[in-house]
Design a protein around this ligand. Structure first.
Ligand code: SF4
Ligand code: SF4
Length: 684
């Protein structure tokens, strides 16, 4: 069998001098590689501390699932398959090369017999699949050229080096087989199928020519492999190490929770210079594979705005790369160093930051779990709190939130006016002795369209015998819009006041009508000592239906499509409760949009965008209405007051008022319960 001959064949033409040279080159390569890695490490360390070493077992599980397991990469067929072929090919070839080096240099004979045959087959098949993967990548970048994948000059270098490594590897194998196994006519040659095919036309060459060619190809292959390894930490191929590591370093905080800085002790607010980011934020830039999936799903980008989530991550990476020396020497923008351009405003245009709806589609799509939204909000915090730079229309919202506790100039005392005639007790009246607090939210309390939903909800809860009360004029905006626009001061003020009120009544269970309030109270108020069992109204209603406490019996003859609110779905993983309600209503026909559940497309209101002008590109809400229209449905079902306002506006804006309507899940349920009139009577 071939095993005993391997060492000799591999080093067929290699003299002792060549071996020494090879190891010297390998040593130099490792030194260049290590230095490159060290340089990036020094840059990551410029960031602030962040604990990403807790939950070790969960981190290991995440690493296995999203790293080698390709959990998210594999979700999209073409790029998933492409990446899997390249990744598995290179891992297999790397391990195979190590094995052969150990055998050759340490004279440990384990590559022989049946094992060697399978080893040869494995390496050939995976090497060939890696070539297929690289060709797929080249085709995607240079022929298909999807808009989100703009090819950079280094993509060509990286893919070219990969391909050259693989092709020369098979060249070396083919030449060796032509001179040995094929000439000897041994039966096992076909166990290296690719080498066997490559060797066929070479058998005719005379042994001297084969030897010379083999030597040349062997060195070429070696030099290409070493060049590739040395280049890795200086190129996007660094992600081969950092991307899997990034999945290990993932956040285990609730998805909808932004960081809560201590405003009393903070020296600066938000992130306006490199040292204001955490080391993990900086690491993210090097973990990015530049696949563009985040950009492809971004509602701002796909409607023609400036924002590109991939660029946010890469701009940050490129900034630290470009200004490495200055940054490592302790300089930074906040020091007023004229040699460094401003990070926010110059390297990352402000408009990019204001375009974001914080919908989280980018983070959901990212195969390596990069965290875009916290970075964007942190830079907004810097602009608002340090620079007082924000869209001018937001100033009024800040003033109103501070003085009236709602985003409009509406009198705070009118907050419970929607409940007139419904006999709903307040917490003050019940002394907190109820099961649920119904958190109404600013839209549910003040917006005419949404007041109809609130009334319908309150009636259903009463009908079902749910024990609940409201805060009335004691309720204030949760602060969600302020926080996501970047006004952390205002948010913390509102959050503290609300938590004080809630804790004062001993509240334990809260049902909210608004997914934004739901997310903030559930995931962000614990930072202020507010720990409650918070559910969204669709969850409570689904529970009441399941328990038989309400029975939708009246048919509602509508063809509907459901729009998943970002802060209910992607942020809090609730996709089923609204659908359960809708499916419980007789007569309703539900068609899903292609962009539904975790792939839902934002209505355009989140992140404070509801209160900002949309000047560039197509309107996000109209784009979403177009998606709903494509299902053939004539009703869009909503479960969020922000979405209700935006999508109704989108229907009107698209001139579809005659064909389409928007109805909240609660309104549809109320109609099936015979409550439609009651719910609607509170309009206006
Ligand atoms: S959160 Fe949404 S709008 Fe913002 S960058 Fe990500 S995908 Fe785009
Ligand atoms: S941030 Fe994530 S999704 Fe976006 S390009 Fe980088 S790896 Fe791809």
């Amino acid at each position: 069998m071939p095993g005993s001959e391997i060492s000799r064949e591999i080093y067929w033409n290699v003299t002792a001098f060549s071996v020494v040279l090879m190891y010297l080159l390998a040593g130099a390569t490792i030194a260049v590689f290590t230095y490159g890695f060290y340089r990036r490490y020094r840059l990551w360390r410029l960031g602030k501390p962040a604990n990403r070493l807790d939950h070790v077992m969960q981190r290991v599980a995440a690493f296995i699932a999203y790293g080698p397991g390709h959990g998210r990469t594999a979700r999209d067929l073409y790029p998933g398959l492409m990446h899997l072929l390249i990744f598995s090919g290179f891992v297999t070839l790397f391990i195979g090369t190590l094995m052969i080096m150990v055998q050759a240099d340490f004279d440990v004979q384990f590559l022989h017999g049946q094992f060697y045959l399978f080893y040869s087959l494995f390496l050939d098949v995976f090497g060939f699949l890696a070539i297929v993967g690289v060709l797929m990548a080249l085709f995607q970048r240079y022929v298909v050229k999807p808009e989100y994948l703009y090819a950079m000059y280094y993509d060509g270098i990286v893919l070219g080096l990969l391909l050259a490594n693989l092709v020369t590897g098979f060249g070396v194998e083919g030449l060796r087989m032509a001179a040995t196994e094929l000439r000897q006519g041994v039966a096992w040659a076909a166990w290296s199928p690719v080498g066997y095919v490559v060797a066929q036309p070479l058998v005719a060459l005379d042994p001297g020519a084969l030897q010379a060619l083999h030597t040349g190809f062997w060195w070429l292959h070696l030099l290409l492999a070493l060049a590739f390894i040395a280049y890795m930490p200086y190129s996007k191929m660094l992600h081969s190490f950092t991307s899997p590591l990034n999945t290990f370093l993932r956040s285990f905080e609730p998805k909808g929770q932004l960081s809560t800085p201590d405003l009393e002790t903070a020296e600066t607010f938000g992130a306006g210079r490199i040292r204001d980011f955490t080391w993990k934020d900086l690491f993210d830039g090097d973990a990015c594979t530049e696949c563009g999936r985040c950009t492809a799903v971004c509602p701002a980008r796909s409607t023609g705005k400036l924002l590109d989530p991939k660029l946010i991550v890469l701009d940050l990476r490129n900034y630290i790369t470009r200004h490495e020396r200055g940054l490592l020497a302790g300089r930074d923008v906040a020091a007023g160093d004229p040699a460094l351009p401003a990070l926010v405003g110059e390297a990352i245009p402000e408009q990019m930051l204001w375009d974001c709806t914080t919908c989280r589609a980018c983070m959901q799509a990212c195969p390596v779990l990069i965290e875009h939204v916290p970075k964007i909000v942190n830079m907004r915090r810097y602009l608002v709190l340090e620079e007082s730079r924000f869209p001018r229309e937001v100033q009024g919202v800040f003033n109103n939130l501070e003085n009236r506790f709602n985003p409009w100039q509406l009198p705070h005392q009118q907050r419970a006016a929607w409940a007139e005639g419904l006999d709903i007790p307040t917490m003050a009246e019940t002394k907190g002795q109820v099961e649920y607090l119904l958190w109404v939210g600013c839209f549910g309390a003040f917006d005419d369209r949404n007041k109809r939903v609130t009334r319908a909800l309150a009636k259903i809860l009463k009908e079902a015998g749910v024990s609940f009360a409201i805060l009335g004029s004691e309720e204030k905006c949760t602060g969600d819009p302020a926080r996501r626009i970047g006004n952390e001061y205002l948010y913390q003020m509102l959050a503290q006041e609300n938590v004080e009120t809630l804790n004062g009544y001993g509240v334990r269970k809260i049902v909210t009508q608004c997914p934004h309030c739901f997310n903030t109270i559930r995931n962000e108020y614990p930072d202020f000592g507010g720990r409650y069992e918070v559910i969204h109204h669709t969850q409570l209603l689904a529970e009441l239906i399941a328990q038989g406490r309400i029975k939708p019996t009246k048919p509602v003859d509508e063809h509907i499509t459901f729009h998943d609110p970002c802060y209910l779905g992607r942020y809090n993983d609730e996709y089923d409760a609204p659908r359960y309600i809708l499916k419980s209503i007789p007569g309703l026909r539900l068609s899903e949009m292609a962009a539904s559940r975790e792939k839902s497309f934002c209505c355009g209101a989140g992140g404070g965008r509801m209160f900002m002008e949309e000047k560039q590109g197509a309107r996000v809400n109209q784009t979403r209405v177009g998606m709903a229209q494509a299902t053939g449905a004539d009703v869009i079902a909503a479960a969020c007051p922000f979405c209700t306002v935006m999508l109704e506006d989108g229907i009107t804006g698209k001139g579809l008022s005659e064909q389409m309507r928007l109805r909240d899940c609660v309104e549809l349920l109320a109609e099936s319960l015979g409550e439609a009139q009651a719910g609607g009577s509170g309009a206006g």
